[in-house]
Design a protein around this ligand. Sequence first.
Ligand code: ATP
Ligand code: MG
Length: 355
Amino acid sequence: MKIAILPGDGIGPEIVAEAVKVLKALGLTFEMQSAPVGGAAYEAAGHPLPPATLELAQSADAILFGAVGDWKYDKLERALRPEQAILGLRKALGLFANFRPAICHEQLVGASSLKPELVAGLDILIVRELTGDIYFGQPRGRRKAPDGPFAGADEAFDTMRYARPEIERIARVAFEAARQRKRRVTSVDKANVLETFQFWKDVVSEVHQDYPDVQLDHMYVDNAAMQLVKEPKKFDVIVTGNMFGDILSDEASMLTGSIGMLPSASLNEKKQGLYEPSHGSAPDIAGKGLANPLATILSAAMMLRFSLNQPEAAERIEAAVGRVLAQGLRTPDIWSEGTSSVNTAEMGDAVVRAL
Ligand code: ATP
Ligand code: MG
């Protein structure tokens, strides 16, 4: 089992170090190899995703990724910015399925912005398609409007598109995931307005024929955004396109308390995956021991489950995180009256002890 360790920038190195500690404490044999990525790689090798880092990522069964980015790179040309590393990895490895669980840990119910009864026991999985949609569709660009009421004015345009195989494969991933859970999938679209999402809805319904044991509902994205704050526990698995998934997964993350708790996984057809916290590099708190490492530690658990075929080890880590929270240990982002404040490394050490 080979794991590529890509710590990146900002709080990335600190939180990844804690996840590596936890992985080492499992007593399993992994080959772990590190490489720079993002701004750190730009400093070291002149590119956010140097060939050696990409080769390591491609040769590994899974990638544990910290975060990339810092304000100081904002002036670089787009191709050299740290964020390009993650786009390059998604593309090179064909990572099309993004899993973002939104789980409200029992001990953190009070940290959510919603009423306790709405989020206690919350456990949603958002499956976001990552390679298509309006983010990558061609043509796109700027021009003079060729027609319409603003003909001749400057305009910009993007193209929303999805191909049948692209929808089929993400739908299958969602139905398979639902089989491990409550067997309910909500496909989120905007079929009333967009042809792309009428097609999405049709194809998801077709794929559903192969999963009669899973319940499928369709919901418009505007309604889904509303239901997520009104009655979030009604959802089990949400499957949707790249843009709606981007927005809804950030919305769902706020149901759970802190972004510092939320893991994510991006998988390809071979179940090779990139695992990273849902949050970014948080340069404002980097190097201060304030970062919550639990999102990254829980990402390592997802890695064990989805890419390394070690579901029991994944459960051990998740249970250890639960125990540490039950002990009242909190990094500042999840701290509340009556709990004990710990720093990044102390939190990692506590998880190792709980294991
Ligand atoms: P990106 O564009 O990379 O997603 P962002 O601008 O959305 O970055 P984040 O890096 O995700 O921002 O962080 C937003 C804020 O949340 C940070 O300024 C930080 O204070 C807080 N934060 C993020 N991650 C953590 C963490 N692991 N522990 C504690 N606080 C965090
Ligand atoms: Mg962000």
